[in-house]
Design a protein around this ligand. Structure first.
Ligand code: IVH
Length: 669
């Protein structure tokens, strides 16, 4: 019997070794047939001679050969985000705050590494065996990507070594190299409906979350570890750095570009050094991350809502590129506002292919004074949104090439009106303008409203143009014949649309309100209206005064709501949806939505890079804030731009929360 036990142990060990070669190193040394033979032999012996099979035996493990079901549904501990700084001064502020925690004059060590621009994932291991992989999601619950994670390199399915925590979480980033991204993106064009991905990150994210991974991409993603939760496993090691090195020995990939230091100068030099090296790195990064090394100290320093106070991302400034303006098109939004969009020769900024940028409004267009053929300077606001920073001025311009705002609506040729503040042109033909109708319906059937599978912009736009569909009710009468007559709509898509429409019977009141796209009524206001009125009947029968009582609803939005709900046609649509198409509207249980701007008195000081004063005022008011012109003790939040004035000093003196433009952008997103 002892002999048999030894044989089983030997077989287990050899298979663990083969697994390591295959899954960790990607270099198998035996054939699949031989592997299967050994594996089945082990299984046979274990079943015949062992009373209890060791959980670490390879026959008990998940992997491409055997999947074991797991009941885990979410992260065991929340996956937090990082606060950002974009300049030395703000970084020093962070550093100085941390240094205040010095105890007995002992230096505080920092671990500084790259900020990888990929997809954050959480790998859950039990006794050293991979059980689940989730994307970050909202930090609490992510998407289950366990199946696809097996195609990602450097995700060991079982770990090298002997003793592992009972359970642990390994965090890191799934990335694709820049080289593979450019190669694959070209190929992708052919088999992905001509859709190109705009960055390696997007391609990696799309791939990881796909039901079936394309074989071209299978081995092109890789994982870099930058965090863990070991539930006190290395109790005596109070160092992120030391534990990271242990984890590395288990088979994880830890990037070699890091420093471990207590000196401000060293950290700043590391930042400058990596900034210089950035373009030569194989994958995209967008800054460095500085983390307090001691885990005990981390606990003491603590957290603010979604990010730790003991770490910071020191981001690189957005890069700038020069390109040529090809033309400017004018788009009609669902509320009739016209937005100019510049189209230029494509450029790559921070790993993404950019070929157009919104110009927002007439003011911006005037400021830029554009001519076709202009040399433009392009960057990405907050490293995300494409933006024209300026252009190279020439001596002679051909007046024929000048870009001017059109006088008539590009969709319905109705004469455009200009807003009182002269910033926006808009088309008032809202009932007949085809672009407005289409955009309203796209909004109505979008993910955040009446989510109907496969009923996307292309299908909606054809139904409006070719089949005279004008309101949501028309869509609930859709049939196969109509769908079959459309261009580029396959059988499967048609089936999905009809199935989804037939099955659509419930929607929450906030989504119902939001779906109508009433001017100024965003998701936050919709939730608050839903909480306040509880039923659609109450909403329909309300006065302007009633609407004004809802948090975040100002005079203008109250007026828009009143006009919308008093129109006979709109009431008809609502009653038809409820009575004829049996749409059941559910009350919202949630509390008033918690936008950081809701019900806040906000003061802006200094110039903002990405918004004019009116733009940001409108945006914030839509989110339920009151934007004030002068300082008072009632101010809750201050937004600080470039060259702030006395308002900033007063706010500091009065301990009022101050945020900068990058944080603002992040929150608005
Ligand atoms: S640590 C509690 N380290 O950046 C600290 N995150 O903007 C949590 N990221 O969702 C993260 N490189 O996915 C950490 N070296 C690094 C990182 C990193 C990239 C990602 C991470 C997070 C996001 C926050």
């Amino acid at each position: 019997m002892c002999k048999i036990k030894k044989k089983i142990k030997d077989l287990q060990n050899i298979i663990i070794y083969y697994n390591y070669l295959y899954f960790i190193l990607g270099k198998p040394i035996i054939s699949d047939d031989r592997y299967d033979y050994l594996f089945n032999k082990l299984k046979f012996l274990e079943n015949k001679y062992l009373k209890k099979i060791n959980i670490n035996s390879p026959t008990q493990l998940v992997g491409s050969r055997i999947f074991q079901k797991s009941i885990l549904k979410k992260h065991l501990t929340p996956m937090l985000s990082l606060n950002n700084v974009f300049n030395k001064i703000d970084f020093i502020k962070f550093y100085s705050k941390i240094i205040k925690y010095k105890n007995n004059n002992k230096n505080i060590n920092f671990f500084c590494e790259l900020k990888f621009d990929g997809i954050a994932v959480n790998l859950i291991y039990e006794y050293g065996v991979l059980k689940k992989a989730f994307t970050r999601g909202d930090g609490l619950i992510g998407e289950d990507v366990t199946k696809n994670i097996f195609f990602v390199q450097d995700v060991p399915y079982c770990l090298k070594g002997k003793h592992f925590p009972k359970i642990m979480e390994i965090r890191g980033e799934v990335l694709m190299s820049k080289k593979d991204f450019f190669k694959l993106n070209k190929k992708y064009l052919k088999f992905n409906n001509n859709v190109q991905f705009s960055s390696a990150r997007n391609l990696a994210s799309g791939t990881l979350r796909k039901k079936k991974i394309n074989k071209l991409i299978k081995r092109k993603l890789f994982f870099i570890c930058h965090g863990f939760e070991l539930f006190n496993y290395f109790k005596n090691l109070d160092s992120y750095y030391k534990i990271l090195m242990k984890i590395k020995n288990w088979g994880f990939n830890v990037n070699k570009n890091f420093i471990f230091s207590n000196s401000l100068n060293n950290i700043i030099n590391f930042y400058l050094n990596i900034k210089n090296k950035r373009s030569k790195l194989k994958f995209d990064i967008d800054g460095i991350v500085i983390k307090v090394d001691s885990l005990k100290l981390r606990k003491k320093i603590g957290y603010v809502s979604k990010y730790p106070k003991w770490a910071i991302a020191f981001k690189f400034p957005s890069k700038q590129k020069t390109t040529k303006l090809l033309n400017v098109s004018f788009h009609v939004g669902r509320t009739g506002i016209i937005t100019p969009v510049a189209h230029f020769k494509s450029v790559i900024i921070s790993g993404a292919v950019i070929k157009k940028a919104s110009i927002y409004n007439n003011n911006e267009l005037k400021k830029l004074n554009l001519y076709v053929g202009d040399k433009l300077f392009i960057s990405r606001a907050g490293d995300v949104i494409p933006k024209i920073i300026g252009k190279k001025n020439k001596q002679n311009y051909n007046i024929l090439n000048k870009i001017k705002f059109p006088k008539k609506c590009p969709s319905c040729s109705y004469y455009l009106k200009i807003s009182k503040d002269k910033i926006n042109y808009y088309c008032t033909n809202s009932l007949l303008c085809i672009d407005q109708i289409t955009k309203r319906l796209i909004h109505f059937f979008s993910k955040t409203s009446f989510k109907i599978k496969d009923l996307g912009p292309q299908v909606i736009s054809q139904l409006v143009k070719k089949k005279n569909f004008r309101n949501p009710i028309d869509f609930f009468k859709l049939n196969l014949e109509i769908l079959n007559s459309l261009h580029n709509v396959g059988k499967k898509t048609s089936k999905n649309i009809l199935n989804s429409l037939n099955k659509f019977h419930t929607i929450s009141l906030d989504k119902f309100i939001y779906s109508f796209g009433i001017k100024g009524v965003g998701q936050v206001s919709s939730m608050n209206l839903s909480k306040y009125f509880s039923s659609i009947n109450n909403l329909i029968n309300s006065t302007k005064q009633d609407f004004l009582k809802v948090p975040g609803i100002g005079k203008l939005i109250a007026k828009n709501l009143y006009i919308f709900f008093s129109k006979k046609k709109n009431k008809q649509i609502i009653y038809n949806l409820i009575n004829k198409f049996k749409i059941n509207i559910l009350k919202n249980k949630k509390k008033y939505l918690n936008s950081i701007f809701l019900n806040k008195n906000i003061l802006i000081t200094g110039e903002l890079k990405n918004f004019s004063r009116t733009e940001i005022k409108n945006k914030l008011e839509k989110l339920g804030s009151n934007v004030k012109n002068s300082f008072s003790k009632n101010i809750d939040l201050v937004i600080k731009g470039k060259n702030p004035g006395i308002k900033l000093i007063k706010s500091i003196q009065n301990n009022i929360k101050i945020i900068d433009e990058n944080y603002l952008l992040k929150k608005l997103k």
